[in-house]
Ligand binder design. Structure first.
Ligand SMILES: Nc1ncnc2c1ncn2[C@@H]1O[C@H](COP(=O)(O)OP(=O)(O)OP(=O)(O)O)[C@@H](O)[C@H]1O
Ligand SMILES: [Mg+2]
Length: 253
């Protein structure tokens, strides 16, 4: 489904992306101003992620994981440093271009699902397509297709409070997939789920990875991180370690 992005050769320089890299950050800083206090949530993050990688981001509470995910997902902008998404220098895009690239390239999954409580699964999944003006018939067809892909065809007309936690997260994953993004970002997607349901959700991410998506997932749980192929640890706003997961290292050695 997803194809490797073409990288504009004029954008390539020493710090920028090389062919096949979809996420490249260079000395990324994020400072929050709190009255007269400054909180340095990120202090120079350098990270390079290739197309179809499966990366888990770990680290203590408050280390900057969600801040980094929000920057990677273009939900927020850095205070300093550079970020290239699929070869585009994000700081050089205007708001419209940024919205377009975010919509097209990225699907976001959150710990708390973030579904509209009064809307059916179908309507929740259709929402991103309403925002980008997809005609109604196509919208419904595509929403049904992704709900079936996450095995929720029979629950299409249920509202979030008529679904289990795992089913709610699958609706949220279907919503993230409906624009056919190449990159899935998930911030503690199993944080509110029991371990059996977490395993089901991780199986779904594995399937998406096999289909060609790039996946970046934040987790506190070492067991969950082991599903990824690469584990990046953030401490005090910088990358403190970056290595293959034990499971992946064992499979490839
Ligand atoms: N909007 C904000 N305004 C001010 N400070 C913030 C804001 N968001 C985060 N911070 C601070 O930035 C730091 C990093 O926060 P972040 O949410 O990225 O951590 P995290 O690694 O995701 O933690 P957790 O594992 O608890 O989710 C923390 O010290 C936090 O208090
Ligand atoms: Mg967080």
């Amino acid at each position: 489904m997803a194809t490797a992005p073409a990288i504009d050769p004029t954008l390539i320089n020493a710090e920028g992306p090389v062919a096949g890299e979809v996420i490249v950050t260079s000395n990324l800083w994020k400072t929050y101003e709190m009255g007269d206090q400054q909180v340095h949530a990120l202090r120079g993050v350098n990270l390079r992620i290739k197309h179809n990688e499966y990366v888990a981001i770990m680290g203590p509470s408050g280390s900057g994981k969600s801040t980094l995910m929000n920057l990677i997902g273009c939900l927020d902008s850095p205070s300093q440093g550079k970020y290239w998404l699929n070869g585009h220098n994000v700081s050089e895009l205007n708001d419209d271009e940024l919205a377009r690239i975010r919509n097209k390239e990225i699907g976001f999954v959150f710990q708390t699902f973030n579904l509209l409580a009064r809307a059916t699964s179908l309507h929740n999944v259709e929402l991103p397509l309403i925002y980008n003006g997809t005609p109604a018939a196509e919208r419904t067809a595509r929403a049904k297709e992704v709900l079936e892909q996450v095995s929720l065809g029979p629950r299409m007309m249920h509202k979030p409070n008529e679904l289990s936690g795992g089913q709610r997260q699958r609706v949220a994953i279907a919503r993230a997939l409906v624009n056919r993004p190449s990159i899935i970002l998930a911030d503690e997607p199993t944080g509110n789920l029991d371990s059996k349901t977490s395993v089901e959700i991780m199986a779904l991410f594995a399937e998406l990875h096999e289909k060609g998506n790039t996946i970046v997932l934040v987790t506190h749980e070492p067991d969950i991180a082991e599903y990824a192929h690469r584990i990046v640890t953030i401490r005090d706003g910088v990358v403190s370690s970056d290595h293959p997961s034990a499971r992946h290292a064992a499979q490839t050695s």
